[in-house]
Design a protein around this ligand. Structure first.
Ligand SMILES: Cc1cc2nc3c(=O)[nH]c(=O)nc-3n(C[C@H](O)[C@H](O)[C@H](O)COP(=O)(O)OP(=O)(O)OC[C@H]3O[C@@H](n4cnc5c(N)ncnc54)[C@H](O)[C@@H]3O)c2cc1C
Length: 310
């Protein structure tokens, strides 16, 4: 039978690694499982200027590996594998992974969320070949070419502003006539000559031969369709929580996010959730790290006392 850890953490973002730091400092035998790379969504953040302690900001690709280094230095084990399913055997949590089964007495789910898809023809065909969710990774490929950013929140404006360094023109296609992004980003966007807006507009198709050539867009008020010539598309429509693999293990809210109390505890003894994957999260780096700290402390308390709710 596979080894039984005190604690397994699923997800190597700010929430997961912070939980790991707290658990490791309490000499908990803890293992973190991550399917892609250390850092999670932070790797998509070109420049983070609202994480405390970095007066000049910090690049996501710098912060991500630092989170892992710090946690491992304190004794956290880290494995690179996907967790496909979780089941309970009494109080033991059994995880089915790409590398076989692992077991633990306590579990912290810190799996974050993934970009919501546009769901239009051409999106899958051109994913990674013109459709991108990472301006920092792919922006330079569109030097002096027109690109479109889809969405109206912080991530959309942040990424659109970044892309103006490279692209000849950045068009923000937004289905409403107002933005959700914070005021500072809106002011920066309005002041940028390379940015234009297509309000009340949705994308119906992404078209091209070898590469993307145009979007088919529709005005949602008039129903009028037209073509927008672009070489790249960056959709930022929001995020879908990564909870599908749990198959009903813990209760979710209507958005598919995990329901927790203020100590990050779910309804199942020994199972906690932290960061963007849970309901009521502010969906920021600092709040994800805060959730991770709380979850790490609560998990250790459960392991030491066997008590779930006092
Ligand atoms: C473009 C963009 C810009 C942003 N800019 C900022 C900013 O400037 N400031 C700020 O504070 N916040 C920003 N955010 C939000 C911030 O990045 C997130 O709130 C934060 O990273 C969430 O951390 P997390 O640990 O909860 O989840 P994540 O960082 O999403 O980490 C979850 C991890 O779990 C892994 N995982 C998922 N499912 C499985 C599985 N089944 N098995 C194994 N591993 C799994 C994923 O691969 C991922 O690495 C931005 C987000 C985006 C998308």
């Amino acid at each position: 039978m596979a080894e039984t850890y005190d604690l397994i953490i699923i997800g190597g973002g700010a929430a997961g690694f912070t939980a790991g730091i707290y658990a490791a400092r309490d000499r908990c035998q803890a293992l973190l499982l991550e399917r892609v790379a250390a850092g999670g969504q932070v790797l998509n953040c070109e420049h983070i200027e609202n994480y405390p302690g970095f007066p000049d900001g910090v690049a996501g690709y710098t912060l991500g590996p630092l989170l892992q280094q710090q946690a491992m230095k304190l004794g956290l084990g880290v494995g690179l594998t996907d967790v496909d399913a979780v089941r309970l055997e009494g109080e033991v949590k059994v995880l089915q992974t790409g590398n076989g089964e692992v077991r633990a007495h306590a579990l912290i789910i810190a799996t974050g969320s993934s970009f919501t898809q546009l769901g239009v023809p051409g999106e899958e065909t051109f994913l990674g070949r013109g459709v991108s969710h990472c301006a920092a990774c792919d922006g330079a490929m569109f030097m002096e070419q027109p690109v479109a950013v889809i969405g109206g929140g912080d991530a959309a404006l942040d990424e659109a502003l970044y892309l103006t360094q490279y692209a000849s023109q950045v068009t923000i296609v937004h289905r409403r006539d107002t933005l959700r992004a914070c005021q500072l980003l809106q002011e920066r966007a309005q002041a940028n000559q390379k940015l234009t807006f297509r309000w009340n507009t949705v994308v119906r198709a992404i078209e091209g031969k070898e590469v993307i050539q145009r979007l088919q867009i529709e005005d949602v008020k008039t129903g009028e369709r037209s073509a927008l010539d672009v070489a790249g598309v960056f959709p930022y429509l929001g995020l879908t929580p990564n909870t599908q693999f749990l198959n009903g293990l813990v209760p979710l809210n209507a958005r598919g996010q995990i329901i927790t109390d203020l100590w990050m505890r779910t309804a199942v003894p020994g199972v906690l959730a932290a960061g963007d994957v849970r309901g009521d999260s502010a969906r920021q780096l600092v709040s994800a790290a805060g959730d991770g700290a709380t979850a790490g402390l609560a998990a250790v308390r459960y392991l030491q006392t066997g008590q779930w709710r006092e």
